[in-house]
Write a protein that binds this ligand. Structure first.
Ligand code: FES
Length: 230
């Protein structure tokens, strides 16, 4: 055999022996330590990635009882609630501030307004009959009470194409300036191209403070599909 071929054969045999050799006890324990460390680091990385992923699939209301059906509760000005309470059946425009909480962006301040109505006893009784879209059609239902303590808070976004409608007192109806959709005081659609009635938002009273959750529903379709929470 040529010397170079002989050398190659020796090297290969030596490498094969090296793989079979279990090594000294110190080397064995070092290998075991490195294997355990690799597993531990992998586990930590997996946990770090898994917790946000899993929590993004759990409704916010379960993660934090202080949050409502997916969003955060925002305080409504006490003076507006007092006005609302003193005028049953008359809608009141209520501005409020909140922190916009997105799953991907840092919280940011936002301002919105709702149309609040304190229903009269008669409106309270007939609300369900006037708003079959909220109670009788599964794809149009909302997942929280539409009326709380006789109060309803309507999203100010027109369900047609997203303009802001106004309450026109002389006509006793909400009217959207963009394409003329009209809604009754209970939010039922009366005229125009809007595919559904107004969208009530979650409302509650906590420790004397009235609160609402801002939810944005998809415009232009009958089904109520949530596109954003506060
Ligand atoms: S956006 Fe309101 S009627 Fe079209």
């Amino acid at each position: 055999m040529a010397p170079s071929a002989q050398r190659k054969g020796n090297v290969a045999e030596h490498e094969a022996q090296a793989y079979k050799d279990p090594g000294t006890p110190e080397e064995q324990s070092r290998r075991q330590f490195l294997a355990n460390a690799t597993l531990a680091v992998g586990g930590v990385i997996g946990l770090v990635l898994t917790v946000p992923l899993v929590s993004s699939l759990i409704p916010e209301s379960l993660l934090s009882p202080e949050k409502s059906a997916g969003g955060v509760w925002a305080d409504l000005p006490k003076s507006d609630i007092a006005t609302l309470t003193s005028k049953p059946g008359e809608p009141v425009k209520i501005n409020f501030n909140f922190k916009y909480a997105d799953g991907y962006l840092p919280p940011a301040d936002d301002t919105q307004f709702v149309w609040g109505v304190k229903l009269t006893p008669e409106q309270d009784q007939t609300f369900r009959a006037k708003r079959p879209d909220l109670f009788n059609v599964p794809s149009m239902e909302i997942k929280y009470p539409a009326v709380t303590m006789s109060f309803v808070m309507f999203s100010s976004i027109c369900p047609h194409l997203g303009c802001r409608y106004q309450w026109v007192g002389e006509q006793k109806r909400f009217i959207c300036p963009c394409h003329g959709s009209q809604f009754g005081v209970e939010g039922a659609k009366l005229a125009g191209p809007a595919p559904r009635g107004l969208d009530p938002l979650p409302f509650r009273e906590k420790d004397g403070q009235a609160q609402v959750t801002w939810i944005q529903y998809k415009s232009g379709q009958a089904d109520r599909l949530i596109v954003a929470y506060s």
